[in-house]
Design a protein around this ligand. Structure first.
Ligand code: HEM
Length: 180
C-alpha cells in the first residue's frame, strides 16, 4: 500500500507508545525511513508486517489492530491535505458511503497505483443501511468495521457494524443505527 498508510500506522502507534515503543516496532518489522514516503508504494506484506509488529507492542490481536487502524484512518485523513475531500464526500452516512468510490477516484489522481475498494449502498432505511464492499484484497473486514465505526462518530451517529454475506458470498456490512 502507499506510504501514507504506513505513516498512519506510525502515527497511531507512536501516539500510544511514544518514540521508544515505535523504534521497537520498526526494528521488529525490519523497517526503516525508506518505507514511510507518502507517495511511494510498498508491497502489502510490508504494510501487514508493520501493523502486526505494532499489534504485538500494543498487546492487541491482529483483528483489533486492523479495527483500531480503520478508526484511526478517518481521523488521520481529516487532519491532512485530504480534509477537504472528506468534507465534499458527504455530511450523512448514506451520501458519504454512496460517494466513497468518487472520493477514492479523486485520491487516485494523486496516487494512480492505488488499488482502492468499492462501496455500494444496497439498502437504506431510517434504522440503518447495508453496504456491499468489493476489494482485490482479503482479510480487511475488521479494518472496514473500524472505518465505518469512525464514520458513525464523524456523523454524530451511534450504532453497530456487523459483517454479513450478501448474494454470491459478496462481502456486506449492516450498519444499524441507534435512535433515541
Ligand atoms: C480522504 C480520505 C481517504 C484517503 C486519502 C484514502 C486513501 C486510500 C489509500 C491511499 C488506500 C491504499 C490503496 C493502495 O495503496 O493500494 C486506501 C485503501 C482503502 N480505503 Fe481509503 N481513503 C480515504 C478514506 C476512506 C474511507 C472513509 C473509507 C471507508 C469507509 C476507505 C476505505 C478504504 C479501504 C477498505 C481500503 C483498503 C483497500 C482495499 O479494501 O482493497 N477509505 N484508501
Amino acid at each position: 500500500m502507499y506510504g501514507m498508510v504506513h505513516r498512519a500506522i506510525r502515527q497511531m502507534a507512536s501516539e500510544r507508545l511514544g518514540p521508544t515503543g515505535w523504534s521497537i516496532i520498526e526494528r521488529d518489522a525490519g523497517s526503516g525511513p525508506a518505507e514511510f514516503i507518502s507517495l511511494c508504494i510498498y508491497d502489502d506484506s510490508r504494510t501487514m508486517a508493520l501493523l502486526s509488529s505494532a499489534a504485538r507492542q500494543l498487546e492487541l490481536d491482529m483483528d483489533s489492530a486492523l479495527r483500531m487502524l480503520g478508526r484511526y484512518w478517518v481521523r488521520y485523513a481529516e487532519q491532512g491535505s485530504f480534509a477537504a475531500i472528506m468534507d465534499f464526500t458527504g455530511h450523512d452516512l448514506v451520501s458519504f458511503i454512496g460517494n466513497l468510490d468518487r472520493m477514492h477516484d479523486a485520491v487516485r489522481m494523486a496516487m494512480p497505483d492505488a488499488r482502492v475498494p468499492s462501496f455500494q449502498v444496497v439498502d437504506s432505511h431510517p434504522g440503518g443501511l447495508r453496504v456491499r464492499y468489493t476489494s482485490e484484497r482479503e482479510g480487511l473486514t475488521m479494518f472496514v468495521i473500524g472505518l465505518f465505526e469512525a464514520l458513525l462518530d464523524r456523523m454524530g451517529e451511534r450504532g453497530s457494524v456487523t459483517p454479513v454475506s450478501g448474494p454470491g458470498n459478496a462481502a456486506e456490512f449492516v450498519i444499524a443505527l441507534e435512535r433515541d
